[in-house]
Every structure is written in C-alpha cells, then in structure tokens.
Write a new protein. Structure first.
Length: 132
C-alpha cells in the first residue's frame, strides 16, 4: 500500500521516538515521518526507549506493544510517571486491536492506539492535532 508523503512542511517539526522490535518497521516509519519534516529516533527495545526518552524529551512516542523485555505497556507507564512524560503524545502501535487491547493501552497511559500496519493518514492526523 502506498502512502502519501507530504511536500509541505508540518506546522512544526516534532521530536518523535519510535520503539518497535521489528527494526525495519521502526526505520520505515521514521523515514516517512522525516519526509514530513519531523525529527525521528528509533530503537528496537523498551529499555533503550526509556533511556532515549530521557535524552531527547520527545513530543511523541510510538511504542510497539509486543516488544520483548519491557513491553509497550510497561514503557508507557514508566514514561507517564516521569515529569516530562505528562505532556508527551503516546501512541500504541500493535497487531492486537480488540477493544480489550485498546482499553489496556489506555490504562497504561496511551493517548491513541493504531493497529499494524499503521494507518499513516490517521497517524498524521494525530500529530497534526498537537497544539503548537
């Protein structure tokens, strides 16, 4: 499925952290978002995501739920407990898309839940709704 890549600059460049144990998926999403003008960092595990979060203070964090080690729910909960974690947009990325999966993501602190493969247009809508 082809995704639209906007030639227009975003309202503002966001710092985006992507954590997905599928490195190809994480990198592909980062490349697409960089085409939109955002600054992306990606990693393949939850522990690194938490470390990087404290280094770059992202505006948005995209977390795969099913990562080994610290899964996306655990990472989201840890981020929300941090002072800088209250203002970040947390988006779950998962192949698990039942209502119970979405409810569990909300309970962990996620603001949104996107199924895999990611609906790129919906992701851009979520990013575009962030206040300047």
């Amino acid at each position: 499925m082809a995704h639209r890549v906007s030639a227009a600059a975003p309202r503002r460049a966001l710092r985006v952290l992507i954590a997905d144990d599928d490195a190809d998926s994480a990198e592909s999403l980062a490349v697409l978002l960089e085409f939109e003008g955002h600054h992306c960092t990606f990693t393949t595990d939850g522990e690194s995501a938490l470390r990087i979060f404290g280094e770059i203070w992202p505006d948005v964090v995209l977390l795969d739920i099913g990562m080994p080690g610290s899964n996306g729910h655990e990472v989201a909960s840890c981020i929300r407990r941090r002072a800088m974690g209250h203002g970040v947009l947390l988006i779950a990325i998962s192949g698990w898309t039942r209502e119970s999966d979405k409810a569990r993501a909300r309970a962990a602190g996620f603001d949104a839940h996107l199924g895999k493969p990611v609906d790129y247009e919906r992701l851009l809508e979520l990013l575009g709704a962030l206040p300047e």
